[in-house]
Design a protein around this ligand. Structure first.
Ligand code: PGA
Length: 249
């Protein structure tokens, strides 16, 4: 596990964008798993600024709420349109999200897995971390082998995400999320963590014992995850000095 402790959230965003830039240059038809939430917003701005060539790439979002129409202001379809798709030359049909409105949700989950597989698997999965340790919407406890499926969201997650809904109404109770097993098959994983409110959970995820109660500890099972953390999020890491020395940017 490579843990990079960076000055601030802007530096985290730039380094994340550096990984994406390098990948698209090396492999224009790359397949990426993309996150939503507050953390990656600066990365999306940076990617928009760089004007990379996305024409041959495919992106799969980590998750989407069940039951929200794509045009709902709180949906991740809307988030991706506003923060990413509008600003880059990725064809709309190459920006995939789970279909939270599918009449048969199980079938939609399987179809999403099949599509990722048909594209040759994920080259890079970019992730945030939830305050409860969730990765994508894999809430505690989550099996390390779980695949794309329908999950019930934790109340704390819904409350945290209400900020993105009109009048701060609570988001839906259920979502479709890629599974931990799906994410661990990505050839590269980047976890972005910024802000002091992520410090305690980041320490558990990186240095704590592997536990279904902290789904992000599953990253420890990936061959080479890269953690990009700003100083505030890294403040409780016990091996901070070692990371600074070993992984000097
Ligand atoms: P945040 O969400 O970036 O809005 O903090 C992260 C997550 O829930 O995975």
């Amino acid at each position: 596990m490579q843990v990079l402790i960076l000055k601030d959230a802007e530096t985290v965003a730039r380094q994340a964008a550096d990984h994406v830039t390098a990948l698209l240059q090396r492999k224009p038809e790359a397949v990426l798993a993309l996150p939503t939430g507050n953390t990656p917003l600066k990365m999306y701005s940076e990617l928009a600024r760089r004007q990379l060539d996305w024409r041959r790439a495919t992106t799969f979002n980590l998750d989407e709420y069940v039951g929200l129409p794509p045009e709902h202001p709180g949906s991740y379809h809307t988030y991706m349109r506003e923060n990413f798709l509008r600003h880059v030359n990725l064809p709309e049909e190459s920006c995939r999200l789970p279909d939270g409105q599918a009449p048969d949700l199980q079938a939609a989950c399987q179809a999403y897995e099949d599509e990722i597989h048909a594209h040759g698997g994920l080259d890079l999965a970019i992730l945030g971390i939830g305050l409860d340790g969730h990765l994508a919407f894999n809430e505690p406890p989550s099996s390390i082998y779980c695949r794309t499926r329908v999950v019930r969201l934790a109340t704390s997650t819904r409350e945290a995400n209400a900020a993105h809904f009109p009048n701060h109404e609570l988001p839906p109770e259920r979502a479709i999320t890629m599974g931990i097993g799906t994410l661990l098959q990505a050839r590269c994983i980047l976890l972005l963590a910024t802000g002091a409110n992520k410090a305690a959970i980041l320490q558990k995820a990186v240095e704590g014992p592997l536990a279904a109660l902290v789904p992000a500890t599953a990253l420890q099972l990936h061959p080479q995850p890269v953690i990009l953390a700003d100083e505030a999020a890294a403040q409780h890491l016990e091996l901070k000095d070692y990371y600074r020395e070993a992984y000097r940017p």
